[in-house]
Write a protein that binds this ligand. Structure first.
Ligand code: ADP
Length: 484
């Protein structure tokens, strides 16, 4: 991996703790594996609860000085960090593909997307406006101040090793908070590379720590039991989100949660079918189906069902599966367990009457590669109706009426992203309003951008990331009542 980098110093295997690069207290390390080859690409320091406590301690001191700066001064450091990320985009993408497997072109896109949150929130930090409120009494004046929540603990997943961190750290630092990051154990190298650049950008010592470690529950407990930590921000599974919310209850901590999805993708009979195929490909197979906004259930109206299935299959069969460094469209899945889940969903569907239209099994090249798959005749008793596959499997459900499909699409505990293709304007409004989701893509399969609020309703989460709203999750309101 070092030989692929123009700046090998971006590849860090020690933790970034309170402004120093350190090994674990125990000296322990854990391996990082390239899922495309099975090779161990690095041994990374395996930190735990004790080191997390030290990071929080340092963050507390650093946060006070950071919050006392002007927003403009904080923005200048963040802007520099953004510039360094873009100047090192190719190396950051190379590290990301090596540890996570997504195609290099997608990794390049993720670095630009990830960096955009730092740029955006550097700017938004200058616009944290408070309020003056017309008073309720002649001798009183009312002000509302917005102040940083303080020290933030962040836990993030492996599927976007860069962007899932930047969408949290950008608004946190811009608001005047300090940040302790626990990246996923599968992908610590992208997080550590970000810290190398943060240090170069001049981020004050202690304000940011990156704690790689296998003991996620222990680190999570430190975040939720240590009174220094005032907020937890998490992206990952709904199950772990529930655990963290329960733990956070004892300290009544602020929580932001970006949890699982089960995105419906609806194709109405008035849709532009070719556009719908392009959207479905982008939404379903990006990152090999391993995103929480990937289409999980594709509903196609009866009149266009066969035509859509045929066009989608033709497009899917052209996709190349392979190593992310070889220009493939689809990389490997992240682990053997992820492979098993896709197999389980396919076996369940075919046992219940579904038909494999294309794909359906492990790819001939072995390892963690899976054939992009389409299943027709999908029904609501099949596992993927209630459970996210998180892999390259597109089940096609047939529906008749608008009311039917809205009922089907909303029949889930999740409410993150949804998509539909239609041309009739009345239908577009009606369906967009009726979908119980935080995000609705209309005639597009790509919805992520730093300028819009990303987040879910129901059990998909709490809070929003990105947009002018994203910084609010890191701010407290303080009402000041002045007697004159
Ligand atoms: P995924 O399926 O994407 O791995 P998880 O929710 O299991 O989703 O993991 C997301 C993040 O949460 C990872 O960084 C993981 O290490 C961490 N994590 C897993 N279990 C816990 C826990 N009990 N407490 C705190 N963090 C956890």
């Amino acid at each position: 991996l070092t030989s692929r980098l123009s700046d090998p110093s971006l590849l860090q295997t020690r933790a970034y703790l309170a402004g120093d690069w350190v090994e674990a207290d125990s000296g322990a390390t854990f391996p990082v594996i390239n899922p495309a080859t099975g090779d161990i690409i690095a041994q990374v320091a395996d930190l735990g609860r004790a080191e997390t406590a030290r990071a929080l301690q340092a963050a507390e001191t650093a946060q006070r000085d950071w919050a006392a700066l002007t927003a403009k001064d904080r923005a200048a450091v963040l802007r520099k960090w953004f510039d360094l990320m873009m100047a090192n985009q190719a190396d950051l993408a190379t590290i990301l593909t090596a540890e996570m497997g997504k195609p290099l072109a997608e990794a390049m896109g993720e670095i630009a997307y990830g960096a955009s949150f730092i740029e955006w929130f550097a700017e938004e930090g200058k616009r944290v406006y408070g309020e003056t409120v017309p008073s309720h009494q002649p001798d009183k004046r009312i002000m509302v101040l917005k102040q940083p929540v303080g020290v933030v603990g962040a836990i993030t997943p492996w599927n976007f090793p860069n962007a899932m961190i930047t969408r949290k750290v950008g608004p946190a630092l811009a608001a005047g908070c300090a940040f302790v990051s626990k990246p996923a154990a599968e992908t610590p190298l992208s997080a550590l590379a970000l810290a190398v650049l943060a240090e170069r950008a001049g981020l004050p010592k202690g304000l940011l720590s990156v704690i790689p470690g296998l003991d996620a529950p222990g680190i999570g407990l430190e975040f939720t039991e240590n009174p220094i930590c005032r907020k937890i921000t998490f992206t990952g599974s709904t199950n772990v989100g529930r655990i963290l919310l329960r733990q956070a209850a004892d300290q009544v901590m602020k929580c932001s949660m970006e949890l699982g999805g089960n995105a419906p993708f609806i194709v109405f009979d008035d849709a532009d079918l070719d556009a719908a195929v392009d959207g479905a490909l982008a939404s379903k197979y990006r990152n090999n189906g391993q995103t929480c906004v990937c289409a999980n259930r594709i509903y196609v109206q009866a009149g266009v069902y066969d035509a859509f299935a045929e066009k989608l299959a033709a497009a899917v069969e052209k996709m190349q599966v392979g190593d992310g460094f070889e220009g493939a469209d689809l990389g490997p899945l992240i682990t053997e367990n992820a492979m098993k889940k896709v197999e389980e969903h396919i076996a369940d569907a075919t046992a219940k009457g579904g038909t494999v239209l294309t794909g359906g099994k492990r790819h001939a090249r072995g390892g963690l590669f899976f054939e992009p798959t389409i299943i027709t005749g999908a029904t609501r008793d099949m596992l993927f109706s209630t459970d996210e596959t998180f892999g390259p499997l597109a089940p096609l459900f047939k529906f008749d009426t608008v009311d039917d499909v809205i009922e089907l699409a909303n029949d889930t505990i999740f409410g993150l992203a949804s998509y539909f293709y239609a041309r009739d304007l009345g239908r577009v409004y009606k369906v967009a309003e009726a979908l119980e989701y935080g995000i609705v893509g209309v005639n597009t399969g790509i919805i992520s951008t730093e300028v819009a609020p990303f987040g879910g309703v129901k059990q998909s989460g709490l809070g929003r990331e990105g947009s002018r709203h994203g910084i609010e999750d890191f701010l407290e309101l303080k009402y000041v009542c002045l007697s004159v």
